[in-house]
Write a protein that binds this ligand. Sequence first.
Ligand SMILES: [Zn+2]
Length: 260
Amino acid sequence: MTEFEFQVIKSVGFVTALILAVAIQRFRPHRTLAGSWRANTGLWATNALLLGLVCGGCACAVSLWASRGGVGLLNRGEVPSAVAIALSVIGLDLVSYFWHRANHLVPFLWRFHQAHHSDAQYTVTTALRFHPGELLLALPVRLLAVAALGVPLLGVIVFEVVFAFANFWEHGNIDLSHRVEQGLARVVITPALHRRHHSLETRLLNSNYGTIFSCWDRFFRSFGENRSSTRIETGLPGVGASLGTMAILGLPARGVFRGR
Ligand SMILES: [Zn+2]
């Protein structure tokens, strides 16, 4: 597979994940919200351009390099393809959990990550609201994880698509019945669980760092219960409720904002 084909498959998966999450949000809205889609899509376009220029197909290149050179855990022996893909998704999601936690713990990283938390309108497009600084800092971490685990190319693609859907879905302005929410929360991060992570209150903000699986938060004691019926105000105190793309890009220079 060429890097171009890799990008095409990844993009189709990304768009499908977005459409699916928007459809669920439309049919099961949690509350009436207009969404910050203008600012968020502006930020996404900036990131897509910047990361495309810096290293759009890097994960693909690193995976192929590791596979040819026998680098990484999964390239050490004969691991069945399905097992290697499943372990890749689990391993990369665990790395993402720690990276997200570090973004909250280290003030320098938080300066960039606070851009994501500054959305007072918690909807699917919040999943597009990342500062390019955060994504550029995350890139070597992700690439190192791909190499260390020896993630196969198919593992990279499956992870990217599942991760994209999890990211869109858990940021959705989505209402689920308590029974469904509880059942799903045993395995995956749900919209209510991640909504708690976007709370204005520090006590709630410092919980539920996971993206795909909820087991990491349970195991590393950062899990916090939440249900769809609980109303949570999201955003960051002091940054303004309706920032434009340029204002979000300038947030790291403005200072360090925390929950209340
Ligand atoms: Zn966060």
